[in-house]
Design a binder for this molecule. Structure first.
Ligand code: HBI
Ligand code: FE
Length: 291
């Protein structure tokens, strides 16, 4: 999320050279734990039947239920045993190369703080609820876990090539806002969706956004919204294809992209597989969550 202005340039006081900080789990207040519980309970009303099986199973495998902000030391024991991933705490957004370096080494950087009670519906900077509830269950899936590490390595290469704007769209439209086709219908796996009560419904059921079959080059040409519901969602057939394509070096794709213009955010091309042609009514009415 390099689009945000307030990323520090060097680790703030108290942070290590790799920007990590202690979780200090004992220091969360009862009110902060209560915020987690309220967010958790709200999501559990909307996610069954909407989130993919891997996400729901990940919640179980990590015991991410009940009692408040998770103690990452305990969570990491279970997660490491499953896929070799660990969660580390960071103060907020970290520079791109720091973020990718962690991912490439199977460390997921999570915001240490939790949003204030008046920010239950939306915060711009990722907090521990978005990062741990939203992202970490998917890291229990062996294929998805490999995909995230491959993305981290790809991020480091993209930075060197000056192509991060293209690669960031892949992260956005998969890891954050991805949908998946399953035998039971389209399901959510993106962390930005599963951590939002309103977008969990909007992404799957609203008539407004386009839902299109995933295509790597197409996604890399598609701009996105950082502060509102998406105007397009991309539907993958499964994680294997995503991993396979991301294990490839994207350098040839970046070369092709230099000759291809970006698409409009709500554009549908003749080559798209259209799962739902959105009427964009929400975006046309001005957006900002007034569904
Ligand atoms: N830092 N803490 C944090 N979380 C992110 O998701 C994040 C970041 N820094 C950079 C970053 N994301 C971006 O590089 C991309 O996701 C492309
Ligand atoms: Fe995120």
């Amino acid at each position: 999320m390099s689009d945000f202005a307030h990323v520090h340039e060097t680790p703030p006081p108290g942070a290590a050279a790799d920007w990590t900080i202690p979780q200090d789990w004992d220091r969360y207040t009862p009110q902060e734990h209560d915020t987690w519980v309220r967010l958790y309970e709200r999501q559990m009303k909307v996610l069954p039947g909407r989130a993919c099986d891997a996400f729901m199973q990940g919640l179980d495998a990590l015991d991410l239920h009940g009692g408040g902000i998770p103690d990452l030391e305990k969570l990491n024991k279970a997660l490491e045993a499953l896929t070799g991933w660990r969660v580390v705490c960071v103060p907020g957004l970290v520079p791109d190369e720091v973020f990718f370096e962690h991912l490439a080494n199977r460390r997921f950087p999570a915001g240490q703080f939790i949003r204030r009670p008046d920010q239950l519906d939306y915060i711009q900077e990722p907090d521990i609820f978005h990062d741990v509830f939203g992202h970490v269950p998917m890291l229990t899936d062996t294929v998805f876990a490999d995909y995230m590490a491959a993305y981290g390595r790809g991020g480091l290469r993209a930075l060197g090539l000056g192509q991060l704007h293209n690669l960031a769209r892949l992260y956005w439209y998969t890891v954050e806002f991805g949908l998946m086709q399953t035998p039971n219908g389209v399901r959510i796996y993106g962390a930005g969706i599963v951590s939002s009560a309103t977008e969990s419904v909007f992404a799957l059921e609203d008539g407004s956004p386009n839902r299109l079959g995933f295509d790597m080059l197409r996604v890399m040409r598609t701009p996105y919204r950082i502060d509102d519901f998406q105007q397009a969602y991309f539907v993958i057939p499964g994680f294997e294809q995503l991993l396979r394509e991301t294990l490839e070096d994207f350098a040839p794709a970046y070369e092709r992209l230099k000759a291809l213009p970006d698409l409009e955010i709500d554009e549908i091309t003749g080559e798209d597989t259209v799962i739902h042609r959105g009427d964009q009514a929400y975006a046309k009415a001005g957006g900002r969550f007034a569904v």
